[in-house]
Design a protein. Structure first.
Length: 128
């Protein structure tokens, strides 16, 4: 598997020092990120933005700023808690059944339990 990762998660792509392999390995490797599901590619509207998709997240490099990582589960947690949701994502998710659902002290710790039948968020984001 290490050879597969080394061959498919580069530190240099499209002439830029994206550091995807270094970031992948320093932030948990396969356990956290899962396998790569795309090759590094530039955003069609912005050649200075290079990204690579993984099973559980996206790494992106911005020329002049460096590499950042996004674990998709972190965004779902932010939406559920309505905490630290980026403005564009908040606008897109505000009308979903997940937005702002986490409600400690409410039954099943859900703000609107009828919207998420069979769900129990009790102690989902705290130590019980």
């Amino acid at each position: 598997m290490n050879a597969f990762i080394a061959a498919n998660v580069p530190d240099s792509a499209l002439g830029q020092p994206v550091n995807f392999n270094q970031t992948f390995n320093s932030l948990g490797g396969l356990t956290i990120w899962g396998a790569p599901i795309s090759a590094p590619q530039a955003d069609p509207g912005n050649a200075g933005f290079i990204y690579q998709r993984f099973q559980r997240g996206i790494m992106h490099y911005i020329v002049g700023q460096g590499t950042q990582s996004i674990l998709l589960a972190d965004y779902l947690k932010a939406i559920l808690m309505n905490k630290d949701v980026p403005p564009d994502l908040a606008a897109q998710s505000r009308e979903t059944r997940f937005f702002g659902q986490y409600s400690p002290g409410s039954p099943l710790w859900l703000a609107r339990p009828n919207d998420l039948p069979g769900t129990d968020l009790t102690y989902a984001f705290v130590n019980g």
